[in-house]
Design a protein around this ligand. Structure first.
Ligand SMILES: [Zn+2]
Length: 443
């Protein structure tokens, strides 16, 4: 058989529409897709490769629905003046960092995060990029890093008027060119959306242009919405309406559009997101770190809005993010029992539904015909692990274990914690360190 990989002896947690916990089953990948999941005794052929998953759980690769690869070089950067509010965080740190990035920085920032993601079992990203001094070709640099690591990503450039008209024009063009490129190229590794920073940094004129191009391309938009209260205040003061209403006015909402954060949206805005099928992505670690508040995930989910989970670049570790999401929601609801299913669903079910609005191959679930994107995690369950308990195991136990093996499209990227991709971690960290040092001097 051509290009076959058999995973045997593991506990398979399928997730998906009909989640199962399967013992004594094996999973066969053929030509990048899951060909068959069945009792192990049924697999009697000779396969190209077999992986013994004894003592491990077998899961679909994790999906990160809101990310910024370009943030890598802030680690340890002490030069940013402490901010006392969210706008200060943008002005003192992010809007200074993005302006000193070179194309090479963009590439290495992404590469470091992506290799780390292979180690954490995160196999798909929806990223939001900014590098206002080097816009043209920046998304191709990130795409190059994604291809080299063998992962999947949906990329966009964050259009904004904050740096003037000329830079906004370049942002429009980079989104347009890159979306066109991915549509023409049409592979299942690199996808694209139309990136917008946030309503409060976009003029009517620029939004109008973005809306026209984005609709022509049918790519959906990826934008920060009501991350902090001043975003809403600015919109009410300057445009006479709340954020979601303004985005709707410009035709930005829709079932391929991601509204990241939504910490401060009101009930009317939720209804509008629901009516238009717009996706919300929750990023609790970032929100806690920036002291902006916690989105009401319970209420947003109760409206029937598709809400997923992102890390907003805090980490590439989705099981860490889901834990924080749960504790933060308990605090938000002032109730230690509230929101378990709503939060668990963001990562384990909804991120797959979100990804599947952009990818043709089904991601985020283990079933026949779905992508061969699989992670094996060391785990010996100390309590019964079955269909009634697996979500508790995922959040409270499996999340604390090491990812042993990461597979994307049937290709083994890491096995027994050893990288199988042609990248020397020490070498790229060394190069990144050199670039970061130079960037810190320019900062
Ligand atoms: Zn973000």
């Amino acid at each position: 058989m051509e290009n076959t990989l058999l995973i045997k002896n593991g506990i398979i947690i399928t997730l998906g529409d009909n989640p199962k916990v399967l013992y004594k089953h094996s999973l066969l990948i053929e030509n990048g897709l899951i060909k068959k999941i069945a009792p192990s005794v049924e697999f009697i052929d000779k396969y190209n490769k077999e992986i013994d998953a004894s003592g491990k759980v077998v899961l679909p690769g994790f999906i990160n629905a809101h990310m910024h690869f370009y943030s890598t070089f802030v680690r340890g950067l002490g030069k940013a003046k402490p901010a006392s509010n969210f706008i200060g965080v943008l002005e003192n740190l992010w809007w200074r960092l993005d302006k000193v990035l070179t194309l090479e920085d963009c590439y290495y920032s992404a590469l470091i995060m992506l290799v780390n993601a292979v180690r954490r079992g995160t196999t798909t990203f929806i990223d939001h990029h900014a590098s206002p001094k080097v816009i043209a070709g920046s998304l191709q640099q990130i795409a190059k890093a994604v291809k080299e690591t063998g992962l999947r990503a949906n990329l966009c450039y964050e259009l904004s008027d904050r740096d003037g008209e000329e830079i906004a024009e370049e942002g429009l063009k980079e989104n347009y060119d890159f979306i066109k490129y991915t549509q023409k190229n049409s592979d299942e590794f690199i996808k694209a959306m139309f990136g917008l920073h946030a309503s409060f940094t976009l003029s009517d004129k620029t939004l109008e242009k973005a809306s026209k191009l984005g609709k022509e391309l049918n790519s959906g938009f990826h934008i920060h919405v009501a991350e902090a209260e001043p975003d809403e205040d600015y919109n009410v003061t300057h445009f006479g309406m709340r954020i979601v209403k303004r985005l709707d006015k410009f035709g930005i909402l829709g079932n391929k559009t991601i509204a990241a954060h939504c910490v401060h949206i009101d009930e009317n805005e939720m209804d509008l997101l629901k009516e238009t099928g717009t996706i919300v992505v929750h990023n609790p670690q970032s929100n806690l770190n920036n002291a902006v508040g916690i989105a009401d995930v319970v209420k947003i989910a109760s409206k029937g809005i598709l809400i997923g989970l992102g890390t907003d670049a805090m980490t590439v570790n989705m099981t860490e993010e889901i834990r924080v999401a749960l504790w933060a929601q308990h605090l938000k609801q002032q109730n230690p029992s509230a929101g378990f299913m709503e939060i668990a669903s963001t990562l384990f079910f909804n991120n797959a539904k979100i990804a599947n609005r952009y990818w043709n191959v089904p991601l985020g679930k283990l079933e026949e015909g779905a992508a061969g994107d699989i992670v094996l995690v060391d785990y010996n369950a100390p309590t019964p692990l079955d269909e009634s308990t697996y979500l508790g195991h995922l959040i409270f136990g499996i999340s604390q274990s090491d990812v042993d093996t990461t597979i994307v499209n049937g290709r083994v990227l890491m096995e027994n914690r050893i990288l199988k991709i042609d990248i020397d971690e020490e070498e790229i960290s060394g190069k990144a360190k050199e670039l970061a040092e130079a960037l810190w001097k320019r900062f």
